[in-house]
Write a protein that binds this ligand. Sequence first.
Ligand code: COA
Length: 186
Amino acid sequence: MLSFMKTGEIIREFVAKDGRKVILRTLKWEDLDDLLDLINSLVEEGANILKTEKVSKEEEIEWLSSVLARMKRGEIFCVAAEVEGHLVANSEVMKGTGYSRHVGFIGIAIKKGFRGIGIGTEMMKALEEHARKIGLKVLTLAVFANNQHAINLYKKMGFVETGRVPKRFFKDGTYIDEIIMTKMLE
Ligand SMILES: CC(C)(COP(=O)(O)OP(=O)(O)OC[C@H]1O[C@@H](n2cnc3c(N)ncnc32)[C@H](O)[C@@H]1OP(=O)(O)O)[C@@H](O)C(=O)NCCC(=O)NCCS
């Protein structure tokens, strides 16, 4: 079963640990500038993500168009967090294809200044709820082995380490392993 959610649809609201009101919702076209700002701020701070180069507005337009189209087809589900009228975080669960149709691949990123206040936890819960709703059986993700904050979040959500690729990344003169983490949904 595919569960289709409209763009910009509110999932839920909550108050973060610092008292700010957070809206969790699906992505919408109007998020373009905030998404561009989010990805480029992550690249600039050297966050532990796959992207190393800043993105142009044209590239972001292409990316968001493709995501919104895939969202309509039920291939991807994005949960964004909005604070004071701006998107400050984005996350997704991407449905596998072929023999991996039962697997969801997760990604999540929160802007500096909005971390450690419970937004990641609530976004992961929303992704998992959706994954269960569409019948996925396995959730998996990949994380830099030195990203303790992210690993803490995933462990708290019930993910366990199921694989490790040694020296998968070379960053700032150091090799870093990639850890694969998995959560079984049944
Ligand atoms: C990793 C990330 C998604 C975590 O989201 P978050 O909103 O900051 O996480 P939360 O506030 O919900 O905290 C989740 C858990 O992480 C741990 N944590 C919180 N702050 C932490 C910190 N400063 N350092 C280490 N662990 C921390 C705690 O165990 C916390 O659970 P608790 O509050 O119940 O004790 C977010 O920091 C982020 O986007 N970082 C940059 C991009 C990135 O690394 N993405 C992941 C790529 S795999």
